[in-house]
Design a protein around this ligand. Sequence first.
Ligand code: SF4
Length: 325
Amino acid sequence: MTETRKRVLLAKPRGYCAGVDRAVQTVEEALKLYGAPIYVRKQIVHNKHVVTTLEAQGAVFVEENEEVPEGATVIFSAHGVAPEVHEQARERNLRAIDATCPLVTKVHHEARRFAADDYDILLIGHEGHEEVIGTSGEAPAHIQLIDGPEDADKVVVRDPAKVVWLSQTTLSVDETMETVARLKTRLPLLQSPPSDDICYATSNRQLAVKEIAEQCDVMLVVGSRNSSNSVRLVEVAVDAGARAGHLIDYAHEIREEWLDGVTTVGLTSGASVPDELVMQVLEFLAARGFGEVTEFVTADERLTFSLPQELKRDMKKAALSQPLG
Ligand code: SF4
C-alpha cells in the first residue's frame, strides 16, 4: 500500500513588512534609550505575540493619550493617528514618537491634498479600523467611508466631477477593485489615487497565497483576528481555491480535525507576524507527517524604512554624550 504524500506549501513573501519592522524596532530602541516604561498608544502592530513580547520588555499599551502620565514618552502605532492625537500629546507635554508606517502617512498626505482642493474623498476601508480613523481625521468634512462594494451604491457627492477614492493600505486588492468598479458606474469621473494605496506588502502576500491556494486542502494563516491584512489572506486563499482557510495566532491553535484527510497544507502569515511563529507551525505539522516543505517565492522584498526622526535625533544625541572608551 502506498502512503499518501503529505506536504506543506509555504508562501513567500509572508510575515513582517517594512512598516511593522520599523514600528517594532521603534519601541525596542525607545526602551533602550529612555528606559521603561514606554507608553504605546494602541497596539503598535496588530499581533498578539508582538504586543505581549514588548509588554514583557516594559512597553505599556494604552488606548488614549489621557492614560499616559504628563511628560512621559508615547509612541503612536504603525496604523497612524489623526492630527488631533498629536495635538493632545502636545497639550499633555508628552514626548511623542510617531511610528506610523510611511505608506500610511502617504495616504494621509493624499487626503490632505485632495481636501485642500475641495474634493469629496471616498475612503475605501473598514469602519472602526484604527488606520481609517486616523486617515479620516485628516479631513473629516471631506471624507466618507466606503466599507465594501454595497456602500458604493449609497454614496452621495457634492460635485461628481470632483471626487477621488483613496483606501486603507491592507484591503483585499480584488474586493477593492470591485468596489471601485461599482463606484465608477455611478461616478464615471471618479479619480484614482496618485499611486496605489494598498501597500506592496499587502499585495505581495495576497499574490503569493493565490499562487498556491488551488493546490491546498487547507490554508493556515498565522495572524491575529484584529489584523486586517491577515484576515484578508484567509479570504483571498479561499476565493482562490483553497478548500478551507484558518487564522491562528499560534501553532497550538491548529485543530487536529483540520488536518483530517489533508495532503497539502498551505502556510503563510500576515505582515505583523514574526517568522518564528511560522516556524513553530512547521514543527507542529512535521510532527504530524507534513515534513516535506516547499517554499513558493513570488516576490523579493527589500524595502526598509528608517526609524522616526525624533527617535533618531535622540539616539544620536545619546551616542555623542557617551564617554569615549
Ligand atoms: S502592511 Fe503595508 S502599510 Fe501596513 S505597516 Fe506594513 S508596509 Fe506599512
